[in-house]
Design a protein. Structure first.
Length: 112
């Protein structure tokens, strides 16, 4: 019986972990758009946003942003609602973390 548990545990540890994905929607000389699919308990790499953007909640949820010094901010994206976001201040960075048990899906339209 113990060997069965060991095999199941080993297989679970080898299973690929879900990752955040970006699915391109469109790009032209004025804007670029993508669909962000953010599975439960995943996080992005550190990054920044240099442009104005609109975010639309396709499957809403609470998305946490974490700065390099550990400061957390939770943004609730409601399904079907659009949000306008300004560029980040110079030098500021964050990573996105889905600390919930549900996948979040957002459409981002970023101005060029």
């Amino acid at each position: 019986m113990i060997w069965r548990t060991s095999i199941v545990l080993a297989l679970a540890l080898q299973a690929p972990r879900p990752e955040m994905t970006r699915v391109p929607q469109f790009e032209n000389d004025r804007a670029v758009s993508w669909r962000s699919v953010i599975p439960p308990h995943t996080e992005s790499t550190l990054h920044r946003h240099d442009r104005y953007r609109t975010i639309i909640g396709i499957v809403g949820g609470d998305l946490t942003t974490v700065t390099p010094d550990g400061r957390k901010t939770v943004t609730r994206y409601e399904t079907g609602k659009a949000y306008w976001q300004a560029p980040m201040p110079a030098g500021e960075m964050h990573k996105d973390v889905n600390e919930t048990a549900r996948t979040i899906e957002l459409i981002v339209v970023e101005m060029k």
